[in-house]
Design a protein around this ligand. Structure first.
Ligand code: ADP
Ligand code: ADP
Length: 230
């Protein structure tokens, strides 16, 4: 089976109005999927369902051929395997950049603190932010904070990374530095689902593009065929 299988997922928030009307898609190891579609069509909802931040009312989501049990009290194990990066960074303001990054590896994954710090520094170095390790989030630009948020997700070695419009809140001059980090990850073989409005980036990064409209996947294809005019 594919690494992640989304089968006929149905979701509503109010007990009646469907936001996802039976969405299916498959993600293979090393594959990058980009989800596009108009605002409010359910892209963010789908990512949040995959990560267990929202409950689904129908269908199932399987990881490595096994249906994920979202009713489990503790979804830590799931979130170790499926990392997520949000539009709003979600860094802890009272903690340094380094402490933000090593928090989950040390507290959740049980990695030794010195080892976690060493790896965090290596990851920070890769995104050009080693010099910010001791700074606090408020001292960083939006683009820098988002690169830190990506590093924090990577520090858990997830099998899948979900990106929910991670450049949407950034000033235009900072968008590129964040997209470049994601392009590098794609080149290194990371498995990712990316929600973005950056169309050139989508074409460059995606193995497959899904177009969502009103809670349904209405089109899918390879990026070349998808973005070129008929
Ligand atoms: P997209 O990411 O494509 O912009 P969303 O998944 O954010 O779309 O939203 C899909 C629909 O679900 C929208 O109609 C939105 O208003 C609704 N919605 C999203 N989150 C919630 C929520 N927490 N409670 C109620 N309705 C929500
Ligand atoms: P880079 O080009 O290295 O990504 P920026 O041009 O975004 O960095 O920012 C340069 C410096 O200015 C950063 O190191 C950061 O400390 C500071 N800075 C930028 N934007 C902000 C901001 N919104 N709040 C606080 N400091 C900022």
């Amino acid at each position: 089976p594919a690494l992640l299988e989304i089968k006929n997922v149905v979701k509503n928030y109010d007990g009646k109005t469907p936001v996802l009307e039976g969405v299916s898609l498959e993600l293979n190891r090393g594959e990058v999927i980009v989800l596009i579609g108009p605002s409010g069509c359910g892209k963010s909802t789908l990512l949040r369902c995959i990560n267990g931040l929202e409950a689904i009312q129908g269908g199932e989501i399987c990881l490595e051929g096994k249906a994920i049990d979202y009713n489990k009290k503790d979804l830590t194990g799931l979130r170790q395997k499926i990392g997520m990066v949000f539009q709003s960074y979600e860094l802890f303001p009272h903690m340094t950049i380094l402490d933000n990054i090593i928090l989950a590896p040390t507290k959740v994954a049980g990695v030794n603190k010195e080892r976690a710090k060493k790896e965090a520094m290596e990851l920070l170095n890769k995104v050009g932010l080693a010099h910010k390790a001791k700074a606090y989030p408020r001292e960083l630009s939006g683009g820098q904070k988002q690169r830190v948020a990506i590093v924090r997700a990577l520090a858990m070695h997830p099998e899948i990374l979900l990106f929910d419009e991670v450049t949407a809140a950034l000033d235009p001059e900072m968008v590129r530095e964040v997209l470049d980090v994601m392009l590098d990850l794609a080149k290194q073989g990371s498995t990712m689902i990316i929600v973005t409005h950056e169309m050139q980036f989508a074409e460059a990064v995606a193995d497959r593009v899904y177009f969502l409209d009103k809670g349904n996947i209405v089109e899918t294809g390879r990026p070349k065929s998808f973005f070129s005019a008929p």
